[in-house]
Ligand binder design. Sequence first.
Ligand code: ADP
Ligand code: MG
Length: 452
Amino acid sequence: MLDTIREKWPEILNNLKQEYDITDVSFKTWLLPLEVRAVEEDTIILVVPEETVGLQYIKKKYSTPLRVCIAEAIGQTFELEFVLPDQADSFESQPHADISEDIDIFTKAGLNPKYTFSSFVVGGNSNLAHAAALAVAESPGEIYNPLYIYGGVGLGKTHLMQAAAHYILTHNSNMNVLYVTCEQFTNEIINAIRNGGPLANVEFREKYRNIDVLIIDDIEFISGKETSQEELFHTFNTLYDNKKQIIISSDKHPKEIDNLEERLCSRFLWGLSVDLQSPNYETRVAILKKKIELDPNIPDIPDDIISFIAANVSSNIRELEGALTSIVAYSKLTNLPITLEFAKDILHDITQSAQNEVTPDSIIRIVSEHFGISVNALISKKKNQEIVYPRQLCMYLCRKLTDVALTIIGKKLGNRDHTTVIYGYEKIQREIEENDKVKNDVDILMKKIIPG
Ligand code: ADP
Ligand code: MG
């Protein structure tokens, strides 16, 4: 019995966390450290590792939920006894796997705990995509394979894909589920190649071809990357042939992704492709209400203010949430209550600055995010190509999209001379003509910098 309980312990804790809505910090502090030491008749002996105030507290607060979840998982009820390590010595200790390692299967799969179906609001803009994601989550590998979700930025692609992953793992914790961004995926390929030899490649393949559910976010990033496309092609075939689920997202329909191999494009369309649209007013209100309900840091907010935000922020859901959190943050900062007037003021500031012309700072930030490198690296003295190229893109985009003087652009980019900026600008200018990848990078970045 001890073995069974230990084996199911991760699942028990995860269910407990979900069913009782336990925050990450409480979970890590009180529950994760518990060790299943022994089972004596119908009592489970749990060791509370440190001599903290914890023991009594855990006993009081978590005994009942734990017993319920244990009974659910094992099919039998147990009493619980909490002991300190020195008392635990009287119980025979048996070696066991390190549970803290496989406990957080969700984190291991690359998931954000917030992105679940229960926090996703379904509206006319998303009901098809939602239904498809749920169907795939219920029967991975069996119906829509691959599932391809596309739509503009901030409309819930990542949320929906991760919700499917959460669902799958919650119902079958043994499944090997992996969420990666396309950037991570291509970086791993580059590293495998760079770090030498066939062995690294083998490792990469072993990892990606032994997955039950592979989720790749923002696949448009693979545009023009030939080696990555080749590798993805083989990964895709292996998984597909083994009836493993593939879920892909993108800001575009496969046919609209430039420099995407035809064979990949057609495979992306083998299953089902669904799009996410912008939410309408009612859905925006519902999303705000959901967010207020779920986020303990957000106080209750009167309906007229919610309506006001929903009416005025319509571009995408990320901005909608951003507006709400800004209003709350400013109110905390200034100690002013959230009134309609207050919300109007803040929103006015936000929309102003959002519409403000593009600045070198915003360009640098977007380029750094796009390439997954830090702003510090971008403006550093580093001269390796992975940094120089994005830096030159910044120079190009700053000159092209802003009226800011070259000397200032140079300063912003790590105190460089204006002639360096001109050089960078001209280099990219030339390469756009000759190199599709550069052209493509510039196109994507322009869209990110000037959305819509
Ligand atoms: P995308 O990947 O399409 O750019 P995200 O999935 O990152 O968008 O969503 C942006 C933000 O909006 C996230 O915080 C997400 O939780 C939230 N969001 C998006 N769609 C919904 C929805 N239908 N209901 C609730 N929250 C949503
Ligand atoms: Mg996303």
